[in-house]
Design a binder for this molecule. Structure first.
Ligand SMILES: Cc1ncc(COP(=O)(O)O)c(C=O)c1O
Length: 376
Protein backbone atom coordinates (compact mmCIF):
# COMPACT_ATOMS: atom_id res chain seq x y z
CA UNK A 1 0.00 0.00 0.00
CA UNK A 2 1.28 3.48 -0.86
CA UNK A 3 -0.44 6.34 0.92
CA UNK A 4 -0.61 9.57 -1.11
CA UNK A 5 -3.50 11.25 0.68
CA UNK A 6 -1.78 13.23 3.44
CA UNK A 7 -3.79 16.36 2.59
CA UNK A 8 -6.88 14.52 3.86
CA UNK A 9 -5.38 12.99 6.98
CA UNK A 10 -2.08 11.68 8.25
CA UNK A 11 -1.99 7.86 7.91
CA UNK A 12 -0.10 6.93 11.06
CA UNK A 13 0.72 8.19 14.50
CA UNK A 14 4.41 8.38 15.40
CA UNK A 15 5.77 5.75 17.84
CA UNK A 16 6.10 8.45 20.54
CA UNK A 17 2.42 9.38 20.17
CA UNK A 18 1.33 5.73 20.25
CA UNK A 19 3.39 5.08 23.40
CA UNK A 20 2.00 8.07 25.29
CA UNK A 21 -1.58 7.45 24.19
CA UNK A 22 -1.33 3.79 25.22
CA UNK A 23 -0.04 4.78 28.66
CA UNK A 24 -2.86 7.32 28.99
CA UNK A 25 -5.51 4.74 28.08
CA UNK A 26 -4.25 2.44 30.81
CA UNK A 27 -4.40 5.09 33.51
CA UNK A 28 -7.35 6.25 35.64
CA UNK A 29 -8.50 9.80 34.90
CA UNK A 30 -9.81 11.92 37.74
CA UNK A 31 -10.53 15.21 35.87
CA UNK A 32 -8.55 17.06 38.55
CA UNK A 33 -8.08 20.16 36.40
CA UNK A 34 -11.66 21.28 36.83
CA UNK A 35 -11.61 21.08 40.62
CA UNK A 36 -9.36 24.10 40.82
CA UNK A 37 -10.76 27.08 38.99
CA UNK A 38 -8.30 28.63 36.56
CA UNK A 39 -5.62 26.09 37.47
CA UNK A 40 -4.28 24.18 34.53
CA UNK A 41 -0.70 23.62 35.62
CA UNK A 42 0.54 20.20 34.69
CA UNK A 43 -2.51 19.17 32.71
CA UNK A 44 -2.36 17.64 29.27
CA UNK A 45 -4.13 20.64 27.75
CA UNK A 46 -1.52 23.07 29.04
CA UNK A 47 1.25 20.88 27.68
CA UNK A 48 -0.46 20.92 24.28
CA UNK A 49 -1.13 24.68 24.44
CA UNK A 50 2.56 25.28 25.14
CA UNK A 51 3.70 23.07 22.23
CA UNK A 52 1.20 24.49 19.72
CA UNK A 53 1.88 28.02 21.00
CA UNK A 54 5.61 27.54 20.39
CA UNK A 55 5.00 26.17 16.89
CA UNK A 56 2.77 29.10 15.89
CA UNK A 57 4.67 31.74 17.87
CA UNK A 58 1.81 32.56 20.22
CA UNK A 59 3.21 34.40 23.24
CA UNK A 60 0.52 33.33 25.71
CA UNK A 61 -0.37 29.59 25.54
CA UNK A 62 -3.83 30.35 26.97
CA UNK A 63 -4.60 31.94 23.62
CA UNK A 64 -4.45 28.45 22.05
CA UNK A 65 -7.97 27.00 22.01
CA UNK A 66 -8.85 23.37 21.27
CA UNK A 67 -11.82 22.30 19.15
CA UNK A 68 -12.83 19.20 17.20
CA UNK A 69 -10.81 20.43 14.20
CA UNK A 70 -10.18 23.25 11.76
CA UNK A 71 -13.82 23.19 10.59
CA UNK A 72 -15.14 23.93 14.08
CA UNK A 73 -12.41 26.54 14.61
CA UNK A 74 -13.26 28.36 11.37
CA UNK A 75 -16.99 28.29 12.13
CA UNK A 76 -16.30 29.71 15.59
CA UNK A 77 -14.02 32.44 14.24
CA UNK A 78 -16.30 33.48 11.37
CA UNK A 79 -19.54 33.46 13.36
CA UNK A 80 -17.93 35.03 16.41
CA UNK A 81 -16.18 37.92 14.67
CA UNK A 82 -18.70 39.17 12.13
CA UNK A 83 -21.23 41.92 12.76
CA UNK A 84 -24.59 41.98 10.93
CA UNK A 85 -24.33 44.03 7.74
CA UNK A 86 -20.55 43.79 7.55
CA UNK A 87 -18.50 43.02 4.45
CA UNK A 88 -16.33 39.88 4.44
CA UNK A 89 -13.57 38.99 1.97
CA UNK A 90 -12.34 35.45 1.25
CA UNK A 91 -10.16 33.94 -1.48
CA UNK A 92 -11.14 31.90 -4.52
CA UNK A 93 -9.39 28.78 -3.20
CA UNK A 94 -11.06 28.38 0.20
CA UNK A 95 -12.04 24.98 1.53
CA UNK A 96 -15.73 24.38 2.29
CA UNK A 97 -14.79 24.56 5.99
CA UNK A 98 -14.91 28.34 5.60
CA UNK A 99 -16.73 28.71 2.27
CA UNK A 100 -19.93 27.04 3.51
CA UNK A 101 -20.34 29.01 6.76
CA UNK A 102 -19.55 32.22 4.87
CA UNK A 103 -22.00 31.40 2.10
CA UNK A 104 -24.76 30.54 4.59
CA UNK A 105 -24.31 33.92 6.32
CA UNK A 106 -24.34 35.68 2.95
CA UNK A 107 -27.49 33.86 1.83
CA UNK A 108 -29.23 34.73 5.11
CA UNK A 109 -28.45 38.42 4.41
CA UNK A 110 -26.28 38.72 7.53
CA UNK A 111 -23.05 39.58 5.71
CA UNK A 112 -21.98 40.77 2.25
CA UNK A 113 -19.46 38.25 0.97
CA UNK A 114 -16.85 38.91 -1.70
CA UNK A 115 -14.61 36.23 -3.20
CA UNK A 116 -11.15 37.38 -4.29
CA UNK A 117 -10.24 36.12 -7.73
CA UNK A 118 -7.13 33.93 -7.82
CA UNK A 119 -5.14 33.08 -10.97
CA UNK A 120 -5.57 29.60 -12.50
CA UNK A 121 -2.66 28.27 -10.44
CA UNK A 122 -4.35 29.47 -7.24
CA UNK A 123 -2.02 32.42 -6.70
CA UNK A 124 -3.35 35.73 -5.43
CA UNK A 125 -2.21 39.33 -5.83
CA UNK A 126 -2.16 41.11 -2.43
CA UNK A 127 -3.24 44.22 -4.31
CA UNK A 128 -6.66 42.57 -4.81
CA UNK A 129 -7.20 42.69 -1.03
CA UNK A 130 -6.51 46.41 -1.04
CA UNK A 131 -9.00 46.92 -3.86
CA UNK A 132 -11.72 44.86 -2.16
CA UNK A 133 -11.59 46.56 1.25
CA UNK A 134 -14.57 48.82 1.95
CA UNK A 135 -15.50 51.02 4.90
CA UNK A 136 -17.54 48.20 6.47
CA UNK A 137 -15.09 45.34 5.78
CA UNK A 138 -14.78 43.40 9.01
CA UNK A 139 -13.08 40.15 8.11
CA UNK A 140 -10.54 38.68 5.67
CA UNK A 141 -10.57 34.87 5.57
CA UNK A 142 -7.68 33.09 3.84
CA UNK A 143 -6.40 29.60 3.52
CA UNK A 144 -2.62 29.44 3.91
CA UNK A 145 -2.28 26.88 1.12
CA UNK A 146 -4.78 25.38 -1.30
CA UNK A 147 -5.69 21.79 -0.51
CA UNK A 148 -6.21 21.20 -4.24
CA UNK A 149 -3.30 22.99 -5.93
CA UNK A 150 -0.77 23.20 -3.10
CA UNK A 151 -0.35 26.92 -3.82
CA UNK A 152 0.83 28.98 -0.85
CA UNK A 153 -0.95 32.31 -0.60
CA UNK A 154 0.83 35.61 0.22
CA UNK A 155 -0.76 35.72 3.64
CA UNK A 156 1.63 38.13 5.32
CA UNK A 157 1.26 40.83 2.64
CA UNK A 158 -2.53 40.42 2.48
CA UNK A 159 -2.91 40.46 6.27
CA UNK A 160 -0.71 43.53 6.63
CA UNK A 161 -3.02 45.38 4.26
CA UNK A 162 -6.01 44.13 6.26
CA UNK A 163 -4.48 45.19 9.54
CA UNK A 164 -3.75 48.72 8.27
CA UNK A 165 -7.46 48.95 7.45
CA UNK A 166 -8.57 47.57 10.81
CA UNK A 167 -9.91 44.35 9.25
CA UNK A 168 -9.79 41.13 11.30
CA UNK A 169 -7.83 38.27 9.72
CA UNK A 170 -8.60 34.56 9.87
CA UNK A 171 -6.06 32.05 8.57
CA UNK A 172 -6.76 28.40 7.77
CA UNK A 173 -3.51 26.46 8.33
CA UNK A 174 -5.04 23.01 7.80
CA UNK A 175 -2.60 22.34 4.94
CA UNK A 176 0.43 24.09 6.38
CA UNK A 177 0.50 23.44 10.15
CA UNK A 178 3.62 21.38 10.92
CA UNK A 179 4.92 21.41 7.33
CA UNK A 180 5.49 25.10 6.64
CA UNK A 181 6.51 27.79 9.11
CA UNK A 182 3.25 29.45 10.27
CA UNK A 183 3.42 32.27 12.71
CA UNK A 184 0.79 34.40 14.42
CA UNK A 185 3.13 37.41 14.79
CA UNK A 186 1.03 40.50 14.97
CA UNK A 187 -0.78 40.32 11.66
CA UNK A 188 -3.01 37.30 12.23
CA UNK A 189 -6.08 37.42 14.49
CA UNK A 190 -7.27 33.83 14.32
CA UNK A 191 -5.14 30.95 13.13
CA UNK A 192 -7.19 27.77 12.72
CA UNK A 193 -5.39 24.42 12.71
CA UNK A 194 -6.29 20.79 11.98
CA UNK A 195 -4.78 18.26 14.37
CA UNK A 196 -4.87 15.20 12.13
CA UNK A 197 -2.85 16.32 9.09
CA UNK A 198 0.67 17.81 9.22
CA UNK A 199 0.43 18.20 13.00
CA UNK A 200 0.35 14.40 13.31
CA UNK A 201 -2.42 14.07 15.94
CA UNK A 202 -5.65 12.08 16.06
CA UNK A 203 -8.70 12.90 13.93
CA UNK A 204 -11.24 14.95 15.88
CA UNK A 205 -8.79 17.44 17.33
CA UNK A 206 -7.61 20.85 16.21
CA UNK A 207 -8.24 24.39 17.25
CA UNK A 208 -7.25 27.99 16.82
CA UNK A 209 -4.83 30.54 18.20
CA UNK A 210 -6.02 34.07 18.89
CA UNK A 211 -4.52 37.53 18.90
CA UNK A 212 -5.12 39.65 22.02
CA UNK A 213 -7.61 41.88 20.25
CA UNK A 214 -9.47 38.89 18.76
CA UNK A 215 -9.71 37.31 22.23
CA UNK A 216 -11.66 40.37 23.33
CA UNK A 217 -13.75 40.82 20.16
CA UNK A 218 -14.61 37.20 19.43
CA UNK A 219 -18.03 36.22 20.76
CA UNK A 220 -18.29 32.56 21.83
CA UNK A 221 -20.18 30.60 19.20
CA UNK A 222 -20.39 27.50 21.36
CA UNK A 223 -21.65 27.95 24.90
CA UNK A 224 -21.89 25.62 27.88
CA UNK A 225 -20.27 24.51 31.10
CA UNK A 226 -16.64 25.36 31.69
CA UNK A 227 -16.28 24.38 35.34
CA UNK A 228 -15.57 28.06 36.04
CA UNK A 229 -17.77 31.08 36.94
CA UNK A 230 -20.70 28.63 37.07
CA UNK A 231 -22.91 31.09 38.98
CA UNK A 232 -23.27 33.10 35.74
CA UNK A 233 -25.48 32.33 32.75
CA UNK A 234 -22.84 33.97 30.56
CA UNK A 235 -19.65 32.43 29.30
CA UNK A 236 -16.59 33.48 31.32
CA UNK A 237 -14.29 36.05 29.72
CA UNK A 238 -11.16 34.16 30.84
CA UNK A 239 -9.15 32.12 28.35
CA UNK A 240 -9.31 29.34 27.36
CA UNK A 241 -12.69 28.82 29.11
CA UNK A 242 -14.45 31.45 26.97
CA UNK A 243 -14.13 29.18 23.95
CA UNK A 244 -13.87 25.67 25.42
CA UNK A 245 -17.23 24.64 26.89
CA UNK A 246 -17.96 20.98 27.54
CA UNK A 247 -15.66 18.08 28.26
CA UNK A 248 -12.64 18.25 26.00
CA UNK A 249 -11.14 15.57 23.76
CA UNK A 250 -8.22 14.89 26.10
CA UNK A 251 -6.79 11.97 24.15
CA UNK A 252 -6.83 14.01 20.93
CA UNK A 253 -5.22 16.93 22.73
CA UNK A 254 -2.56 14.60 24.16
CA UNK A 255 -1.83 13.26 20.67
CA UNK A 256 -1.31 16.86 19.54
CA UNK A 257 0.96 17.68 22.47
CA UNK A 258 3.26 14.73 21.82
CA UNK A 259 3.27 15.09 18.05
CA UNK A 260 3.88 18.85 18.04
CA UNK A 261 6.71 18.46 20.57
CA UNK A 262 8.23 15.98 18.13
CA UNK A 263 7.78 18.39 15.19
CA UNK A 264 9.53 21.08 17.23
CA UNK A 265 12.44 18.69 17.85
CA UNK A 266 12.72 17.81 14.13
CA UNK A 267 12.16 21.41 12.99
CA UNK A 268 9.49 22.56 10.54
CA UNK A 269 12.19 23.79 8.12
CA UNK A 270 13.59 20.25 7.92
CA UNK A 271 10.13 18.78 7.23
CA UNK A 272 9.56 21.45 4.58
CA UNK A 273 12.86 20.58 2.90
CA UNK A 274 11.95 16.86 2.77
CA UNK A 275 8.54 17.62 1.27
CA UNK A 276 9.93 20.03 -1.32
CA UNK A 277 12.35 17.29 -2.47
CA UNK A 278 9.51 14.79 -2.79
CA UNK A 279 7.37 17.22 -4.83
CA UNK A 280 10.32 18.15 -7.08
CA UNK A 281 10.97 14.45 -7.79
CA UNK A 282 7.28 13.83 -8.52
CA UNK A 283 6.89 16.89 -10.79
CA UNK A 284 10.03 16.12 -12.73
CA UNK A 285 8.82 12.53 -13.30
CA UNK A 286 5.38 13.75 -14.39
CA UNK A 287 6.97 15.91 -17.10
CA UNK A 288 7.87 12.70 -18.97
CA UNK A 289 4.29 11.38 -18.94
CA UNK A 290 2.55 13.06 -21.87
CA UNK A 291 -1.05 12.18 -21.01
CA UNK A 292 -0.85 13.93 -17.63
CA UNK A 293 -1.48 17.60 -17.03
CA UNK A 294 -0.44 19.08 -13.69
CA UNK A 295 -2.86 21.71 -12.41
CA UNK A 296 -1.26 24.92 -11.24
CA UNK A 297 2.26 23.98 -12.35
CA UNK A 298 4.78 26.47 -11.07
CA UNK A 299 2.85 27.00 -7.89
CA UNK A 300 3.11 23.26 -7.22
CA UNK A 301 6.93 23.36 -7.25
CA UNK A 302 7.03 25.90 -4.44
CA UNK A 303 3.80 24.96 -2.71
CA UNK A 304 2.99 22.36 -0.08
CA UNK A 305 3.21 18.66 -0.98
CA UNK A 306 -0.11 18.59 -2.83
CA UNK A 307 -0.25 17.96 -6.59
CA UNK A 308 -3.49 17.72 -8.56
CA UNK A 309 -3.45 16.19 -12.03
CA UNK A 310 -5.81 15.61 -14.92
CA UNK A 311 -5.33 12.54 -17.11
CA UNK A 312 -6.43 13.11 -20.69
CA UNK A 313 -9.69 11.39 -21.59
CA UNK A 314 -9.97 9.70 -18.22
CA UNK A 315 -12.39 10.24 -15.37
CA UNK A 316 -10.58 11.26 -12.16
CA UNK A 317 -12.55 8.80 -10.01
CA UNK A 318 -11.79 5.91 -12.36
CA UNK A 319 -8.07 6.70 -12.33
CA UNK A 320 -8.02 6.91 -8.55
CA UNK A 321 -9.83 3.56 -8.28
CA UNK A 322 -7.49 1.92 -10.81
CA UNK A 323 -4.39 3.18 -9.00
CA UNK A 324 -5.72 1.62 -5.83
CA UNK A 325 -6.89 -1.67 -7.31
CA UNK A 326 -3.86 -2.30 -9.53
CA UNK A 327 -1.09 -0.75 -7.47
CA UNK A 328 -2.37 -0.19 -3.92
CA UNK A 329 -1.87 3.57 -4.31
CA UNK A 330 -4.25 5.67 -2.20
CA UNK A 331 -5.10 9.08 -3.70
CA UNK A 332 -8.17 11.30 -3.52
CA UNK A 333 -10.20 12.27 -6.58
CA UNK A 334 -13.07 14.68 -7.17
CA UNK A 335 -13.49 18.18 -5.77
CA UNK A 336 -11.65 17.75 -2.44
CA UNK A 337 -14.23 19.82 -0.52
CA UNK A 338 -13.06 22.88 -2.43
CA UNK A 339 -15.26 23.54 -5.46
CA UNK A 340 -13.94 27.12 -5.37
CA UNK A 341 -10.36 25.98 -6.00
CA UNK A 342 -11.52 23.73 -8.83
CA UNK A 343 -13.46 26.59 -10.43
CA UNK A 344 -10.30 28.70 -10.13
CA UNK A 345 -8.19 25.97 -11.74
CA UNK A 346 -10.77 25.22 -14.46
CA UNK A 347 -11.30 21.66 -13.23
CA UNK A 348 -14.90 22.05 -12.02
CA UNK A 349 -17.02 19.90 -11.94
CA UNK A 350 -14.94 16.98 -13.23
CA UNK A 351 -12.27 17.34 -10.54
CA UNK A 352 -8.73 15.99 -10.42
CA UNK A 353 -6.69 13.16 -8.99
CA UNK A 354 -4.81 14.58 -6.02
CA UNK A 355 -1.48 13.21 -4.79
CA UNK A 356 -0.34 14.49 -1.42
CA UNK A 357 2.76 13.47 0.46
CA UNK A 358 4.00 13.69 4.01
CA UNK A 359 6.63 12.73 6.47
CA UNK A 360 6.46 8.96 5.90
CA UNK A 361 6.54 9.21 2.07
CA UNK A 362 9.72 7.82 0.51
CA UNK A 363 11.43 8.57 -2.82
CA UNK A 364 10.91 4.91 -3.75
CA UNK A 365 7.15 5.39 -3.31
CA UNK A 366 7.20 8.46 -5.55
CA UNK A 367 8.98 6.40 -8.23
CA UNK A 368 6.42 3.59 -7.94
CA UNK A 369 3.57 6.09 -8.33
CA UNK A 370 5.25 7.53 -11.45
CA UNK A 371 5.64 4.03 -12.94
CA UNK A 372 1.97 3.30 -12.25
CA UNK A 373 0.90 6.56 -13.89
CA UNK A 374 3.04 5.82 -16.92
CA UNK A 375 1.28 2.50 -17.49
CA UNK A 376 -2.28 3.80 -17.08
C1 LIG B 1 -7.74 23.75 3.71
C2 LIG B 1 -8.55 22.97 4.70
N1 LIG B 1 -9.29 23.62 5.61
C3 LIG B 1 -10.03 22.97 6.53
C4 LIG B 1 -10.08 21.60 6.57
C5 LIG B 1 -10.90 20.92 7.63
O1 LIG B 1 -10.09 20.42 8.65
P1 LIG B 1 -10.68 19.51 9.84
O2 LIG B 1 -10.76 18.13 9.29
O3 LIG B 1 -9.67 19.62 10.95
O4 LIG B 1 -12.00 20.05 10.23
C6 LIG B 1 -9.33 20.87 5.63
C7 LIG B 1 -9.39 19.39 5.64
O5 LIG B 1 -9.58 18.72 4.69
C8 LIG B 1 -8.55 21.58 4.67
O6 LIG B 1 -7.83 20.93 3.77
Amino acid sequence: MIYANYAATSPALSPDVVRELSAYLQETHLNAGRNFEGLETGTIALRARRAVGKLFNVTNPLRVIFTSGATAALNMAINGLLKPGCHVIATGVEHNASARPLNALHKAGIIKLEWLKCAGDGSLEPESVKKAIKKNTRLLVMTHASNVLGTILPVKDCFEIAKKNNVFTVLDTAQTGGVLPCTMDDFCDVMAFAGHKGLGGLAGCGGFALSERAALELTPWLRGGTGSASQSFDMPETLPDKFEPGTQNTIGILSLAVSVEEILRIGVEKIRELELNLVARFLSGLQCIKKIEVCGTGAAATGVAVVSVVIHNRDAGDVSRQLFEDNGIITRSGLHCSPLAHKTAGTFPSGTVRFSFGRYTTEAEIDTILEALDTL
